[in-house]
Design a protein. Structure first.
Lengths: 112, 113
């Protein structure tokens, strides 16, 4: 069966520090991968999605970037964190256009 | 462009009472609709989905939803809620042929004992 991992589960970082969140999927190949941010009272905001290695689409211009160095690995990064980057970051995957999207357990980021 | 509206940010309901969580969408093409549930500090779990066929969709944990094309709605219902249903519920829409899913802002269901 397929599983999706995210780490770390919780992260506290100072403003201006770099960020790297990792997401990996097991049990499937060539998935579509997604990064969402969930801020209090704002629902889920799609940040990036990827349909293949090295292919990244950005939905919202901001302080973050994403990379997909391997088929089942999706990384969310920042060179300098802002206070507004705090939130709950969710990675998701699905195998095709009409398939269900499945979510990872999330990473809670607090920028101080 | 597609969008989803969940008008109720919070819905309190007594245990064993029925509940309806509202979801309206807009899209210029055919859509696929989803309801997800999120328990505190966890990821999202799929409750049910509508892709085609019968407009009444049954999901896990006794939930069901009805797709109404004329009213562009996909309301979630449960005839009798339990304390364990306390969570946040997200409606989502995917337009035909599109790579991304758009989520609503969520509805927090609070079941009161």
């Amino acid at each position: 069966s397929q599983t999706i991992h995210q780490w770390p589960a919780t992260l506290v970082q100072p403003v201006g520090s770099p960020l790297s969140l990792e997401c990996t999927v097991e049990g499937t190949s060539n998935p579509n991968l997604y990064w969402y941010r969930q801020a209090a009272g704002r629902g889920l905001q799609l940040l990036f999605y990827s349909v293949g290695i090295g292919q990244i689409s950005s939905e919202v211009p901001q302080n973050l970037s994403a990379s997909r160095p391997q088929d089942r690995q999706f990384i969310l990064s920042s060179k300098k964190l802002l206070l507004s980057d705090s939130g709950f970051y969710l990675c998701a995957w699905r195998t095709g256009t009409w398939e269900t999207q499945y979510f990872g357990p999330g990473t809670r980021l607090l920028v101080l | 462009a597609q969008s989803v509206t969940q008008l109720d940010s919070q819905v309190p309901v007594f245990e064993e009472a029925p509940v309806e969580l509202r979801c309206n969408y807009s899209s210029s093409v055919s859509v696929y609709l989803f309801w997800y549930v999120q328990y505190p500090n966890q990821g999202l779990q799929l409750l049910l989905k509508y892709l085609s066929g019968s407009t009444l969709v049954k999901g896990i944990n006794g939930f069901e939803a009805e797709f109404n094309k004329s009213q562009t709605s996909f309301h979630l219902r449960k005839p009798s809620v339990h304390i364990s249903d306390t969570a946040e519920y997200f409606c989502a829409v995917m337009a035909g042929g599109y790579q991304k899913v758009t989520f609503g802002t969520g509805t927090k269901l609070q079941v009161i004992p």
